[in-house]
Design a protein around this ligand. Structure first.
Ligand SMILES: Nc1ncnc2c1ncn2[C@@H]1O[C@H](COP(=O)(O)OP(=O)(O)OP(=O)(O)O)[C@@H](O)[C@H]1O
Ligand SMILES: [Mg+2]
Length: 287
């Protein structure tokens, strides 16, 4: 286990995420608190690993695109997100069946690439398909049907993510999901319980501490413990090696850092076919 160094703890040790085989991660905190920064430091830390594919879902368009040359896939529209989630579900099914057939219980490097799935703004996955709705506004036709379709799309996306979260880890796939307020309305409860490492950046209230870290922490951790100017300041719970919440600060990753890291690691990016095989949603749709 090499681990990912994503920041510095207040006891001056490096803040390490276990890698490979990291449990899923939830990142919460108010706008501007540094959630995308944590995504960036995590991607930056994993980017140098030869046996690792990184895929992203970024419906806000701006957060993950600087990494695109190190990403095996980047979904920036609801339709692309759906396709990627479907392909990930298939990948899990294939990998799970393979593990079973070969008598293994867990993924190993020799079996194929580890996969990091970064979703910057989980809440956006709940968005209705804007392209679909824009068509309705332009043409004024098929309104009700399009809205129904868009709502179904949203449900399908949530369902896919739930199944993913439950099964992914044993198949070498880790999900990192960031959102301002990771309440049950934003992330299905079933998904939330699967995101076992919780990272909380600055929040405004005790209630939000409970939402970000879990009910039990609302009294133990003050929302004021992370100052307004301490961007990237965080609490983390659920790391495998310690029961206590850990106070830390993520490394600052600048645009220049991202550019340099991408330049140095883009050649390590596995192709879509290497990771997902030939039988992907795209191939499927072509028939
Ligand atoms: N670890 C860090 N150390 C110092 N500054 C940071 C750190 N992380 C982020 N920042 C600063 O804070 C700003 C906002 O961070 P970031 O974009 O990650 O917030 P966010 O929580 O993703 O916000 P939003 O909800 O709007 O997406 C960054 O532009 C950066 O300047
Ligand atoms: Mg952000």
């Amino acid at each position: 286990m090499s681990g990912l160094n994503i920041g510095r703890r207040f006891d001056n040790k490096p803040l390490m995420l276990p890698w490979p085989g990291c449990p899923h991660i939830q990142i919460g905190g108010e706008t501007g608190s540094g959630k995308s920064g944590v995504c960036n430091s995590t991607i930056g830390a994993v980017a140098g690993h030869t046996d690792t594919a990184i895929v992203g879902i970024d419906l806000k368009l701006v957060e993950l695109s600087p990494w695109s040359r190190r990403l095996t896939s980047l979904a920036t529209t609801p339709a692309e997100a759906d396709r990627l989630l479907v392909d990930l579900r298939r990948l899990i099914a294939t990998r799970a069946a393979w593990l079973e057939d070969n008598g293994h219980r867990k993924w190993q490097s020799a079996f194929g690439p580890w996969v990091l799935v970064v979703i910057d703004e989980l809440a956006e996955l709940q968005a209705l398909d804007a392209d679909l709705l824009a068509g309705v506004i332009e043409t004024g036709e098929g309104g009700q049907q399009a809205i129904r379709q868009a709502k179904t799309g949203r449900q399908v996306r949530t369902g896919l993510l739930g199944g993913l979260a439950r099964l992914a880890r044993f198949c070498g796939i880790t999900i990192v999901g960031a959102t301002q307020y990771p309440s049950a309305e934003v992330i299905d409860q079933q998904i939330r319980t699967q995101l076992t490492i919780k990272i909380m950046l600055r929040v405004a209230s005790g209630e939000q501490v409970a939402v970000c870290l879990g009910q039990g922490y609302a009294n133990a951790i003050s929302p004021k413990s992370i100052g307004p100017n301490e961007r990237g300041g965080l609490w983390i719970v659920g790391l495998p090696d310690t029961a206590k919440p850990i106070r830390a600060r993520a490394h600052l990753v600048t645009d220049a850092d991202v550019a340099a890291r991408v330049a140095g690691t883009a050649h390590l990016t596995p192709s879509y076919e290497t990771v997902f095989g030939k039988d992907t949603a795209d191939a499927f749709q072509a028939y």
